[in-house]
Design a protein around this ligand. Structure first.
Ligand SMILES: *[C@@H]1O[C@H](CO)[C@@H](O)[C@H](O)[C@H]1NC(C)=O
Length: 246
């Protein structure tokens, strides 16, 4: 099990690069869809995209073990909300990878008897639930940080300066709302790890919502959001100081 976990965490960096390439292909296909002279290129991109997607499924075979180990660790967190959100996220992520592995086995012909559509819907449901749990964690952490900031005297001073500097804004809009937005932006600016994780999770959300038909966006939106979230994924993988903890 340890060896599997070690190997898959090493291949995660590679997977992030493949994921970015996959969504870059999807986005380019969308942008070139009406361009008649680029039919050849679009066909090549389509084949590249489906090959990367299949290759990534193979790389993800050990990820179930990885998520179970992660769930065991987050279960020990002393903060109840974090423990609940992250453990639920990791368990759903493990279930997602199980479905993903079954779909892989179906694609390569190891098993034939399963309904591809149904398993794919199951996979996206678990993925969506994992994302929602991750986002709940982000919102919880942001609210904690905001409350902490409000009590900070230096921040109170800064906030008063801000409200004094733009009296005309404060007059037209609701001052409380202005203060709240200021507080939120200041919080996100002082904690880039949380800001990045939130943006990543929101971008990722469009993918399962579209696939499950809950919120239909265009292939362009899915490609763009997937690409942005993959770039953030690469960034946080390369710079551990930008990675949200735990
Ligand atoms: C949820 O967050 C955990 C920990 O940050 C991460 O490992 C996991 O990939 C996230 N889940 C999804 C579906 O992105």
């Amino acid at each position: 099990m340890d060896a599997v976990v070690k190997f898959t965490s090493q291949s995660q960096g590679r997977d992030r690069i493949f994921r970015a390439t996959q969504y870059a292909c999807a986005l380019s296909i969308y942008l070139l869809r009406n361009n008649t002279d680029r039919k050849d290129l679009v066909a090549k991109l389509q084949s590249l995209e489906s090959n990367i997607s299949a290759g990534r499924k193979l790389l993800r075979l050990g990820n179930t073990a990885n998520s179970i180990v992660a769930a065991k660790q987050t279960m020990k967190l002393s903060d109840r909300v974090l423990c609940l959100c992250l453990t639920a996220a990791n368990i759903n992520r493990a279930l997602y990878f199980i479905c993903d592995n079954v779909l892989w086995a179906r694609n390569v012909g190891l098993i034939r008897s399963i309904d591809k559509e149904r398993w794919s819907i199951h996979a996206f449901r678990y993925y969506l639930f994992s994302l929602v749990m991750n986002l709940t964690r982000d919102l919880y952490v942001i609210s904690q940080l905001m409350m902490h900031k409000v009590r900070d005297n230096r921040f109170k001073w800064k906030m008063n300066q801000h409200l004094k500097e733009c009296p005309e804004v404060a007059e037209v809009t609701i001052p409380e709302l202005d203060a709240l937005v200021f507080l939120l932006l200041e919080t996100l600016r002082s904690e880039p790890t949380v800001a990045l994780d939130t943006v990543k999770n929101i971008c990722d959300l469009f993918i399962p919502l579209d696939k499950l038909g809950i919120y239909k966006s265009s292939a362009g939106v899915v490609g763009f959001c997937g690409f942005i979230s993959s770039l953030i994924g690469i960034l946080t993988f390369a710079r551990s100081t930008l990675r949200i903890k735990p």
